[in-house]
Ligand binder design. Structure first.
Ligand code: F6R
Length: 602
């Protein structure tokens, strides 16, 4: 979603603003812009589309200013256009904004009455006008920005540049992430701490209500009461957003292929039950109910974990979509309730909102987060890092598999703590997963072949039962977001209650079925589809393949493994499939249209 990058230095900053914005491209955006101070006056350059277009515009008349703000905009209010792109300007003030100003209409009306002239359709444009208005009454920039913040409802991160204070950048955070860094070459701020690589070694993560002033000599961070504060320091991962895709054609492909190492890293770090339990603020022996909350792909990881908790650890568990949970009427809290919130970015606005609601209700929250220093990582009562490493491709792959692996380890630790038997057998199965995932990755040519055959499909169905049902949903989600083919996932047993009407010879049906307790049930459902002319691509182990060879048009084989870990392994061919279908359709697989990596608005 929107990205902010700003810098004050002893040299011209335009090139580094572009570099910073490129590092934020993965968040998703549709226009970009910068503003610098040129001989005391604000100069703004904005373009629609990729940062390359902005870079070309900047190169054609390079700004010389040594202080500037930059932005990549993911449109919310008003279409992607040069006018709606940030920075937004009012007399003497330029502002970039991430988030949503919910009361922008009434603010706009009030400011118009005072003589403001708006040129965009955005909610954000009220901010520079509010600052300008307060400064006209004598306020310094920081006070004017804070006053504007008091008038705004919603979530935001704002960076401002003013002509009256030409050596200082001003920033304010409420709800949307902002990291501030300082190094030999001045100070910088960004929506993602890793975008500061090369400008600072460490970043301070602003907290809600914080403001910051950045100059060439240092940074000054204040809390909502205006008191000087030190904030959590995050070590910047130099390799994170600055490296390319390491010889892979795309980040998504690189991230899919990294998965054996990611799983191995998780299993080594959280190998012992103590390494999990020692991070918790609650005791699994006393837990009576778990609510798992997340969005999108992370929600699908939560859905699988719900089954695992019930089946393996014997704990009642439920799963909720964060955006629904936030506003849902809830039953009274029971003793022993805990919640697990799951997020790659740790900044998803709905998941953060759900976490706040849980905390208000006094429910202990365990956060599973990939992005160090993010809001959920900081604010959850306890936190287990996902250790996937930076995920740049917008479609989540290795973070999903990391979520499943970490959740599997937690479930086993919970089961052990509660005295359940059989944990060591399941743990041995988990330890073998990296090898099985590598074996699936070696089978990539077979996936490419199937991708080629389904490329022209207008829609695709994914079906599975039990543990493989969430994987079917994830397969469909991956397919639709990367290839724009309409794809739906269903519980295989549910198909005959309606969706089977969609089955015809042009619609590929990806059936997830491997030998295990539900195999025969799922095999019957697959036969029902075949009997109606469905084109079945079986994703399963050899035994499943043999049993269904008469009805499967094509097959993607996965190694045989215990039911518990089969979902992790069965996910891999579906990720590769979504990737190759998208690439063969000529699409921008790392940055699919309309999507954002970090969804910081609700
Ligand atoms: C899908 C995808 C999204 C995210 C969702 C939650 O590939 O990436 O569905 O899973 O936006 O994001 P996080 O995990 O950052 O909270």
């Amino acid at each position: 979603m929107c990205g902010i990058f700003a810098r004050v230095a002893a040299e011209p900053v335009a090139d580094t603003l572009i570099e910073g914005l490129k590092r934020l491209e993965y968040r998703g955006y549709d226009s970009a812009g910068i503003a610098t101070l040129e001989q005391g006056g604000i100069a703004r350059i904005c373009t629609v589309g990729k940062v390359e277009a902005l870079e070309a515009a900047v190169r054609s008349g390079p700004p010389k200013g040594s202080i500037g703000i930059g932005h990549t905009r993911w449109a919310t209010h008003g279409a992607p256009s040069e006018r709606n792109a940030h920075p937004h300007i009012a007399p003497g003030v330029a502002v970039v904004h991430n988030g949503i100003i919910e009361n922008h209409r009434e603010l706009r009306q009030g400011l118009s009455d005072l003589g403001a002239t708006f040129r965009s359709e955005t909610d954000s444009e009220v901010i520079p006008w509010m600052i300008s208005h307060h400064m006209a009454s004598g306020a310094k920039t920081m006070d004017a920005l804070r006053k504007a913040g008091e008038d705004m409802k919603g979530a935001f991160a704002v960076a401002a540049l003013t002509e009256s204070e030409p050596d200082t950048l001003h920033a304010l955070r409420r709800g949307s992430p902002l990291a501030v860094g300082f190094g030999d070459k001045g100070a910088a701020l960004a929506s993602d701490p890793n975008a500061l690589a090369g400008f600072a070694r460490e970043a301070f993560m602003l907290e809600d209500g914080d403001s910051a002033e950045l100059s060439r000599s240092g940074v000054d961070i204040r809390n909502a009461q205006g008191e000087k504060v030190h904030r959590q320091i995050v070590t910047i991962d130099d390799t994170a957003l600055t490296t390319g895709s390491d010889g892979y054609a795309h980040h998504m492909l690189k991230e899919i292929h990294e998965q054996p190492q990611v799983i191995q890293r998780i299993l080594s770090t959280y190998g012992s039950t103590g390494s999990i339990l020692g991070r918790l603020t609650f005791d699994f022996r006393r837990v009576t109910r778990i609510t798992l909350i997340a969005c999108g792909t992370s929600y699908l990881a939560a859905s699988l974990a719900r089954r695992w908790f019930q089946e393996i650890a014997g704990i009642a568990a439920e799963v909720a979509i964060a955006s629904e949970f936030r506003y849902e009427p809830l039953a009274p809290v029971q003793p022993g309730e805990i919640a697990i919130v799951i997020s790659q970015s740790g900044e998803t606005a709905d998941t953060v909102g759900a976490m706040h609601r849980l905390k208000e209700r006094g429910i202990p929250v365990l956060g599973l987060v990939n992005q160090a220093g993010s809001t959920i990582a900081r604010e959850a009562d306890c936190h287990i890092p996902l250790l996937a490493g930076p995920e740049i491709g917008v479609a989540s792959t290795k973070a999903f598999v990391a979520q499943l692996t970490v959740l599997a380890r937690i479930v086993l630790a919970a089961a052990q703590r509660r005295g359940h038997s059989g944990v060591s057998i399941l743990h041995s199965a988990l330890v073998r997963v990296p090898d099985s995932v590598s074996a699936v990755l070696h089978n990539e040519p077979a996936v490419m072949d199937v991708a080629q055959r389904v490329l022209q499909a207008r829609s695709a169905l994914f079906v599975g039962r039990g543990h493989l049902y969430p994987v079917a949903l994830e397969g469909a989600l991956k397919m639709k977001e990367t290839s724009y083919i309409h794809a739906e996932g269903f519980a295989a047993g549910e198909l005959k209650h309606g969706p089977i009407a969609l089955v015809d010879s042009t619609t590929p049906i990806f059936a997830l079925a491997s030998s295990g307790p539900l195999f025969e049930k799922c095999a019957s459902n697959i036969r029902e589809i075949a009997a109606r002319g469905g084109r079945i691509v079986l994703v399963g182990d050899r035994a499943a393949l043999l049993a269904l060879s008469d009805v499967a048009t094509h097959a993607l084989t996965v190694p045989h493994c215990p039911d518990f870990v089969q979902p992790i392994i069965s996910t891999i061919p579906l990720q590769l499939l979504a990737y190759h279908v998208a690439v063969q359709r000529g699409l921008d697989v790392d940055r699919p249209r309309n999507l954002a990596k970090s969804v910081t608005v609700e």
